[in-house]
Design a protein around this ligand. Structure first.
Ligand SMILES: Cc1cc2nc3c(=O)[nH]c(=O)nc-3n(C[C@H](O)[C@H](O)[C@H](O)COP(=O)(O)OP(=O)(O)OC[C@H]3O[C@@H](n4cnc5c(N)ncnc54)[C@H](O)[C@@H]3O)c2cc1C
Length: 433
């Protein structure tokens, strides 16, 4: 029996454990299904290359998080990087964000974007529906040339069924002046958006700072412990090997849809029923080690057009030299799908690799290594059902003394910074000083 049981030793679970210990509390147990901690914030080391579970960049705008990174991982161990990201469409590279960097696109496209912005529908309150939100915020041209096709690719979900509740700080707004300036002059130094500047570990990939966090813990983490059911009546977590652990309070960070499915007990059924309604896509992340120095001067490129299966390709040796051996470069690409059968995913992967090599002019003989990583839970789908029902679900769980947090525990779109802060917040809620 532990006073507090934590499911999942990804960043959020590790942070909850760290902050409980920081308050002097050690009567908790942290269980993880994998053999190592870190969840999505791990890195793979292969043939001299380091690959993350796709690009994972550290964005810091919170004072506590900054202090935490400084104390636990040391800022001297990170590169400070100014974003060089691009959009490739109509055979042209334009700078990100699209809406203020139209320079270089065909005149007709620029005209459609500016006209669309001027003639966009105006409302007092921004719509909750994503498609209408884009139209009201940016107009028809920007919507059709970038936002609609790009978001449909990243979410693998029709834009007219998406809600706008995830947009917040992730989508920078614009003005007519900025748009016109961006259309007539080449890109200037820009600090637009949440990721204009980021940090990246000099060594060991993004896993570097997660390992530092893990090393701070005094209590063990129980790895290779897959939770297979949670009995609400007995307040008991049961594992794949048949063992179990009682709790008074449960902190869950595993994906909420699976967690709900695993509930048993008198009040479990309505919660289990909600499981199927929570939608989330999967991402396939293909990584290539390439024998060519300085392969690209960019950090990453967005691909909104349908002809490319991937929505983004990045170059991680431009985050830290240590990501690739001397004389080599590394590339990561991503495509998403919503519950596609395996053979279709494999066809998409083959097509993605072929197209990547073609548009970036990579010869097979230059490829030193390849690593495919699948992320079964990647982008939560923000549809109307989620908007209307998620708060009630999380409240209902809290009544059972279950706090479901983190990107997938709380079923949302959030960053590493938010994961760390959520772990801190829950420890402070449970152990008020
Ligand atoms: C494609 C993509 C790109 C991203 N890029 C960035 C970025 O650039 N910058 C940024 O800040 N953030 C980024 N993120 C977000 C970041 O990955 C998350 O915010 C963070 O990793 C969430 O951590 P978590 O602990 O909440 O979830 P997870 O990392 O998913 O951890 C959950 C843990 O629960 C464990 N678990 C699952 N099931 C069970 C079970 N049955 N029993 C026991 N344990 C279980 C898992 O193994 C895992 O370790 C990105 C995410 C994605 C998908």
């Amino acid at each position: 029996m532990a006073e507090i049981v934590i499911i999942g030793a990804g960043l959020t679970g590790l942070s909850a454990a760290y902050h409980l210990e920081k308050q002097g509390f050690t009567d908790y147990k942290l269980f993880e299904k994998e053999a190592e901690v870190g969840g999505l914030c791990r890195s793979v080391y292969q043939d001299g290359f380091t690959f993350d579970y796709t690009g994972h960049l550290l964005h810091i705008n919170d004072a506590y998080f900054k202090e935490f990174i400084s104390t636990v991982a040391g800022f001297e161990n990170f590169n400070t990087i100014h974003r060089k990201s691009f959009i490739y469409s109509q055979d042209t590279y334009t700078h990100y964000p699209f809406q203020v960097n139209l320079h270089g696109l065909p005149a007709r496209t620029i005209t459609e974007c500016i006209e669309g912005f001027i003639n966009r529908p105006r409302t007092k309150k921004l719509p909750l529906d994503f498609k209408k939100w884009v139209l009201t915020s940016f107009g028809k041209g920007i919507a059709e040339h970038f936002f609609y096709p790009y978001q449909e690719k990243i979410f693998s979900y029709p834009v007219d069924k998406l809600s706008a509740s995830w947009t917040g700080r992730f989508v920078p707004k614009t003005s007519l002046t900025e748009m016109i300036q961006g259309a007539i002059q080449p890109p200037q130094e820009q600090q637009i958006g949440y990721n204009a500047q980021f940090f990246y570990p000099k060594q060991e990939g993004i896993f570097f700072w997660i390992k530092r966090l893990y090393q701070q813990l005094q209590q063990p983490v129980y790895t290779n412990h897959t939770v297979t059911s949670i009995n609400l009546n007995e307040k008991k977590v049961i594992f794949a090997d048949g063992s179990s652990e009682h709790y008074k309070t449960l902190i869950n960070t595993m994906p909420l849809n699976i967690f709900l499915k695993l509930l048993t007990g008198h009040s479990a059924q309505p919660l289990k029923n909600a499981s199927k309604k929570l939608l989330c896509n999967s991402v396939v992340n293909f990584n290539l080690g390439i024998e060519r120095e300085n392969f690209s001067d960019k950090h990453w490129i967005y691909y909104p057009e349908k002809q490319y299966p991937f929505y983004r390709i990045g170059f991680s040796n431009n985050f830290a030299q240590s990501m690739a051996p001397a004389g080599c470069s590394s590339l990561y690409g991503e495509f998403s799908h919503l519950q596609k059968p395996q053979h279709e995913v494999e066809e998409l992967l083959a097509c993605a690799l072929q197209q990547t090599k073609k548009i970036l002019h990579i010869a097979d003989s230059e490829i030193v290594t390849e690593k495919i990583i699948t992320i079964p839970h990647a982008y939560v789908i923000f549809d109307r059902w989620r908007d209307n029902n998620l708060p009630k679900l999380l409240t209902r769980l809290a009544q059972e003394n279950i706090h479901s947090i983190g990107r997938y525990g709380a079923w949302k779109y959030s960053s590493m910074q938010e994961g760390l802060l959520e772990g801190k917040a829950i420890s402070e809620t449970l152990l008020p000083s």
